[in-house]
Design a protein around this ligand. Structure first.
Ligand SMILES: *[C@@H]1O[C@H](CO)[C@@H](O)[C@H](O)[C@H]1NC(C)=O
Ligand SMILES: *[C@@H]1O[C@H](CO)[C@@H](O)[C@H](O)[C@H]1NC(C)=O
Ligand SMILES: *[C@@H]1O[C@H](CO)[C@@H](O)[C@H](O)[C@H]1NC(C)=O
Length: 435
């Protein structure tokens, strides 16, 4: 493995210099407040959700009637995991030994990452989900009014984790304001399905798929490309900052700085001092490291990843093809839920497989960028329309229209989409996940 890292390091040695020069050009337009905006778009899966959908226009297409809407939604901003909380604390204690002027703020830094809250939904995440609920209530007002809330026409589901069900709960409070009898906001209660961990093939679906567990999750070589990138690209950053701050920093410390920068930015929405320790080049390098990791764990990097969302997509298709309830459904999940589903749908797929030695201009222009495709609260919505007797499907990725595979336009005849997806759905989850 060491040998091949060296080979890769030769390939990407030039890439490293090109990355530096490419981004020094970029640096000219990324300081000041625009630097905060820029950083907010490069925090990988810890990127805060930014909805550009300010003026919500009517969802109705001329001559069409919206019949159904189903959405799969990642939880909102959460607390760092126990592991990340610990590595941030550890890294901060090392940096506290530095006398650098650039670290004066650290002496007064109040560590906001509470170990007792690791992995739970953060208050910022509650707001993200609540506001999304309001936008969806507006956009789908007419459909929502047609739903009989006493029946199964509206359904909520999540896995058995706190952050997903609480995301759904925050979303529900906004979605169903002014529809019922409860509280001064006249909220309706809603029904809820929780998929138990041991059999959950819809939300936390990798973990019930034996083939994925074997080929990816427990395979130490599965994230080889991410490891190779990190092995070559992170030590120079660690060396540079070690020299600058006169303390010994490892590659893990560099990752911890990026994680602290990402979570503080997501929590507070303002400029985090942690981010100021990293150059834009460093951030792009760390972002790609995270992307490669997710690409190989949950996306196009391995063949099995293209199939793990089979059960979820089958369920959504069954709903879209039937006149039975639900008319509206919301399933709350994780970044893996969103990534597996996008991968099943061939969305945001680059023409070449992403690797550690992918040419730098292709890295810069990649479609698969978790900061865009799987930030906190990322979501995939599917609408079903009836246009004079012909049914159409329209997909939205984080509230923006996308063109589905097999389709020419965002509004796509359901039969046309089915002729593509139907082939894929001929295999069921048990078949694709069998070892
Ligand atoms: C939203 O609509 C208002 C009124 O039409 C307009 O002034 C505003 O610029 C629009 N905002 C965006 C983001 O398009
Ligand atoms: C690990 O994966 C890489 C491809 O990403 C491959 O070239 C290499 O042979 C694999 N190593 C082992 C031990 O399977
Ligand atoms: C960011 O916001 C938080 C919470 O409002 C505050 O405690 C912190 O000092 C702010 N940081 C900066 C750099 O303004």
């Amino acid at each position: 493995m060491i040998l091949s890292y060296i080979e890769i390091s030769l390939w990407i040695a030039t890439a490293f210099f090109m990355l530096s020069s490419a981004s020094s050009i970029m640096q000219s337009h990324i300081h000041g407040t625009s630097r905060l905006d820029w950083i907010k778009q490069h925090l990988g899966t810890k990127t805060p959700y930014t909805s550009e959908v300010e003026n919500i226009t009517s969802v109705d297409e001329p001559g069409c009637k919206l019949l159904q809407f189903h959405s799969v939604i990642r939880h909102g901003t959460r607390w760092p995991t126990a592991r990340n909380t610990a590595i941030i604390r550890d890294m901060a204690s090392r940096l506290l030994m530095s006398n650098s002027d650039k670290l004066q703020w650290l002496k007064h830094w109040d560590d906001p990452f509470l170990a007792g809250k690791a992995g739970y939904l953060h208050i910022t995440g509650q707001h993200e989900m609540y506001h999304m609920g309001r936008r969806i209530a507006k956009r789908y007002k007419r459909l929502l009014e047609s739903v009989d809330l006493d029946t199964d026409e509206l359904q909520f589901a999540s896995d058995a984790q706190s952050r997903t069900s609480r995301s759904g709960s925050a979303f529900h409070l906004a979605l169903l304001e002014q529809t019922g009898d409860l509280t001064s906001a006249f909220i309706s209660p809603t029904s809820w399905s929780i998929y138990p961990k041991a059999t959950d093939s819809y939300i936390h679906m990798g973990y019930t798929c034996p083939r994925w567990l074997s080929e990816v999750y427990t395979n130490p070589n599965a994230t080889y490309q991410a490891d190779a990138w990190i092995e070559v690209m992170l030590p120079p950053i660690a060396d540079r900052l070690s020299t600058e701050f006169e303390v010994e920093l490892s590659v893990y410390d560099i990752k911890a700085i990026y994680v602290a920068c990402a979570f503080e930015t997501s929590f507070f929405g303002n400029y985090s001092d942690w981010c100021s320790l990293l150059d834009p080049d460093d951030i792009l390098t760390l972002e790609y490291a995270e992307d490669l990791e997710h690409y190989y764990k949950f996306s196009y990097g391995h063949e099995i990843n293209r199939w793990v969302a089979t059960d979820l997509m089958s369920m959504l298709m069954r709903r879209l093809e039937s006149n039975e309830p639900p008319k509206m459904s919301f399933q709350f999940g994780h970044s893996q839920t969103i990534l597996f589903l996008q991968t099943f749908l061939n969305l945001n797929q680059d023409s070449d497989i992403l690797r550690a030695d992918t040419p730098i201009d292709m890295i810069h222009e990649r479609k698969f960028r978790t900061s865009k495709v799987s930030p906190f609260a990322a979501n995939i919505g599917l609408e079903l329309h009836d246009c004079s007797g012909t049914r159409y499907i329209r997909a939205l990725l984080s509230e923006q229209e996308v063109i589905l595979k097999g389709c020419e336009e965002a509004m796509c005849p359901l039969d046309q989409f089915k002729s593509w997806i139907g082939e894929k759905l001929k295999q069921d989850y048990d078949m694709v996940c069998r070892l």
